[in-house]
Design a protein. Structure first.
Length: 172
């Protein structure tokens, strides 16, 4: 154990200390850029969905519930990569707005199955063009580089999925 500690110490002391990070370094850091891209994507979503009173995560949840009727809350968490601590509040809001319904199956009183209601299906149907515009606007500045960017972004997310507090666990 001491050999490992002393080897690590001697390696650290033989290297020069890293220079202090500058604000320009922050602006060029991948984490900062990804966070900013997320902020921009959400802002574009809200602009295109003005008057619809839905968030990007709620929108994804509605699609998952529509596509997999009867799934339970734990499955939704896995399929949409929603944080477990907030999914209940989100579902309560969607249910209160009559976009989804929750039903307790007879064979398992501990779970609630999720179903899209006609109002939720209508929201998804009537906003097809809105969501298409969101995607187009986010990627438009990249021009011909869109495909390469999306491939790299998908790879980055897939390879780092397990590092997330809410990893995606969708069945393929």
């Amino acid at each position: 154990m001491k050999k490992i500690a002393s080897a690590a110490t001697s390696t650290r002391s033989s290297r020069s200390p890293l220079p202090a990070m500058t604000l320009e370094d922050v602006y060029a850091a991948p984490g900062h850029l990804i966070r900013r891209a997320q902020q921009i994507a959400v802002a574009v979503f809200h602009e295109e969905f003005e008057g619809w009173d839905v968030t990007p995560v709620q929108y994804a949840a509605l699609i998952a519930i529509r596509d997999r009727p009867g799934m339970d809350q734990r499955t939704l968490v896995k399929f949409v990569a929603i944080d477990r601590s907030t999914v209940g509040t989100m579902l309560k809001g969607l249910e209160g707005r009559r976009l989804i319904s929750r039903a307790t199956p007879k064979n398992d009183q501990r779970t609630k199955q999720l179903f899209i209601r006609p109002e939720g299906a209508r929201l998804l149907d009537e906003t097809r063009e809105n969501i298409a515009r969101v995607q187009e606007r986010i990627l438009a500045p990249l021009g011909k580089e869109q495909r390469a960017f999306m491939q790299s972004l998908a790879k980055l997310v897939q390879l780092n999925n397990d590092l997330s507090r809410a990893p995606l666990r969708a069945a393929k």
